[in-house]
Write a protein that binds this ligand. Structure first.
Ligand code: TYM
Length: 337
């Protein structure tokens, strides 16, 4: 039921980078939960384009993808009337607060971030300072809006813990300034693995057969799932060490809104082949519906621009309040009006 009492409503902030193809991992781990949360919380859903440039992007593609992510938000059912939807680079307070927070974040803390270590290993030619301070910009995103909850997949948990540490440190020095946010990580679907290497997470940057994009067509989905790595067993059962089958079961359960146990039961006595076809079927059906709506939304540039304009104005207003407080606290001289 919709909670209309705004006094009691908590604030949610989350975001997705418009780099690479949005995957079913992003969908099950984040996007789909956002849709549910919009009825109970005041939500800000951001497209974090400033985070994307920590890895080299093709400018035309980044621009195109930013609008595509917006169209995808709308296509999965995120309502621009209920939520504030905006592009990170349209609200300067994100970069401004990130600078201040950089001065309250330790080199050692950032060095321990596993995402930094992974990405630095993946792009050894471009281990730039932005990649290193990436989690500080993320902390700024969240803290600017005094968010209570941050719905993300498992891989972002460490960044949210760091956000809490930074906020607590700042509050400790200057008094209550930031709300301390909690991660919101649902039980299932929070770590969808690669189809080709099921011990690694499914990633947007995987352009081979490991990831299913939200925009893949039916044939591609069927082909990728058919080729998904499984073990040599034959029982469709969730078990230690059966990473490939466990992952497909998680995907199936996610798309059918069933529990893993219900899914296992359904495939009792059936082989991997039948199971894979069924997984492909439910994924392709749901993505097909989303893609039809996505194409409709993407065609209306005027509406997309209007949503971004409105969203960034509303976000900027809220962000300014926190940023002014921070500037005052750290001792920046404020001009009288
Ligand atoms: P990003 O763009 O990598 O991913 C967006 C969301 O999808 C989740 N996710 C997954 N969930 C399950 N299985 C997977 N294989 C999988 N891959 C990704 C992520 O956990 C995330 O929730 N740093 C963030 C973006 C960000 C942000 C923020 C998030 C910037 N500022 C503030 C929350 C709050 C990121 O790179 O997500």
């Amino acid at each position: 039921m919709e909670n209309t009492n705004t006094e009691q409503r908590k604030t949610i902030f989350s975001g997705i980078q418009p780099s690479g193809n949005i995957t079913i991992g992003n969908y099950l781990g984040a996007l789909r939960n956002w849709v549910k949360l919009q009825y109970e919380y005041d939500c800000l859903y951001c497209i974090v384009d400033m985070h994307s440039i920590t890895v080299r992007q093709n400018p035309a593609e980044l621009r195109r993808r930013s609008l595509e992510v917006l169209a995808l938000y709308l296509a999965v059912g995120i309502d621009p009337e209920k939520n504030i939807i905006f592009l990170q680079s349209h609200v300067p307070a994100h970069a401004e607060l990130a600078w201040v927070l950089n001065c309250y974040t330790m080199f050692g803390e950032l060095s321990r971030m596993t995402q930094f270590k992974d990405k630095a290993a993946k792009h050894p030619e471009n281990v730039n300072a932005g990649l290193f301070t990436y989690p500080v910009l993320m902390a700024a995103d969240i803290l600017l809006y005094q968010a209570d909850l941050v719905p993300v997949g498992q891989d972002q948990k460490q960044h949210i813990e760091l956000t809490r540490d930074i906020a607590e440190r700042f509050n400790g020095i200057y008094g209550e300034t930031f709300k301390i946010p909690e991660p919101y990580i649902p039980k299932e679907g929070t770590k969808i693995m690669s189809l080709t290497e099921p011990t690694k997470k499914m990633s947007k940057s995987d352009t081979g057969g490991g990831s299913i994009s939200m925009l893949d067509d039916r044939d591609t989905i069927v082909r990728k799932i058919k080729r998904a790595v499984t073990d040599s067993g034959s029982e469709v059962k969730y078990a230690e060490g059966k990473d490939g089958i466990n992952n497909l079961l998680t995907i199936y359960a996610g798309f059918t809104r069933k529990t893993i146990a219900e899914a296992e039961k359904e495939f009792e006595g059936k082989g991997y082949g039948d199971f894979k076809l069924a997984v492909a079927e439910v994924v392709a059906d749901e993505l097909g519906r989303i893609q039809a709506e996505f194409n409709r939304r993407l065609a209306d540039k005027e509406q997309l621009n209007a949503i971004l304009k409105n969203g960034s104005e509303r976000a900027a207003y809220l962000a300014r309040k926190t940023l002014s407080k921070v500037y005052r606290k750290v001792g920046f001289y404020i001009l009288e009006k």
